[in-house]
Write a protein that binds this ligand. Structure first.
Ligand code: TYD
Length: 209
């Protein structure tokens, strides 16, 4: 185990359909990086700032059309980038972000069927060339994810959607991954928690992280 330099700024995002199990692994990965000397900022989208958390409440619980939804998601993202993500990276910290722009392409693009060109324009406006250095995509069959969700919690506006919606969201992630293969790492989220953790471990080892 070679320690990483504490000043190595890294931006890592975590993606996947609801119920894929990413939250458990964000904690474990954070612990590993911390042990190796990284200073961490653990954050999420929608959310991550006071303003963006207020928008999250609206996005998850109020009815709205898909363009309004996308505009609110990107408005929150702008605030989050400016106040949290960019300053953290500038200070040499590692940012672990539970969902980022790929979720907009998967949910608003794939799930809601929004024009991807509109999302690309918003992406360009809001974040310029900023992208995560690594995106862990927890990929899971939507039927299995639905079973896991049913046991877990009360559903928000997205979690209430049917299997077809999540099949489109998954396809949205697959399309994004195909466009940025160096950034994306697909994790087989159908495996057990220790097996998924082992996949992530091997992935980070291969990157020397
Ligand atoms: P999620 O991250 O799964 O939080 P929790 O684990 O607390 O339920 O929920 C966020 C939801 O927001 C998820 O269903 C996907 C959706 N979302 C979008 O539709 N677009 C986006 O750009 C982002 C970041 C999230």
């Amino acid at each position: 185990m070679s320690p990483v330099a504490p000043t190595t700024a890294r931006f890592i995002s975590f993606e996947g359909i609801d119920g894929a199990g990413k939250s458990t692994h964000i904690e474990a990965l954070g612990e590993r990086l911390r042990q190796r000397g990284a200073e961490l900022v653990h954050t999420r989208e929608p959310g991550g700032t006071e303003l963006a958390e207020s928008l999250r409440e609206l996005i998850l619980h109020r009815g709205m059309d898909s363009l309004t939804e996308a505009l609110l998601v990107f408005a929150g993202r702008r605030d989050h980038l400016q106040r949290v993500i960019e300053p953290a990276l500038a200070a040499g910290k590692t940012v672990l972000c539970d969902r980022f722009t790929d979720a907009s392409f998967a949910y608003q693009g794939g799930g809601r069927g929004m024009d991807l060109a509109v999302l690309e324009t918003l992406e360009q406006w809001v974040q310029g060339t900023r992208q995560p250095d690594l995106t862990l995509w927890f990929d899971l069959d939507p039927a299995i994810a639905a079973q896991r969700r049913a046991a877990a919690r009360e559903a928000d506006r997205f979690e209430q959607q049917d299997l077809d919606f999540f099949t489109r969201v998954r396809a949205g992630y697959a399309a994004r991954a195909a466009r940025a293969p160096q950034r994306f790492a697909r994790i087989d989220a159908s495996l057990s928690v220790p097996e998924v953790a082992a996949q992530i471990h091997r992935l980070l080892e291969s990157r020397g992280w």
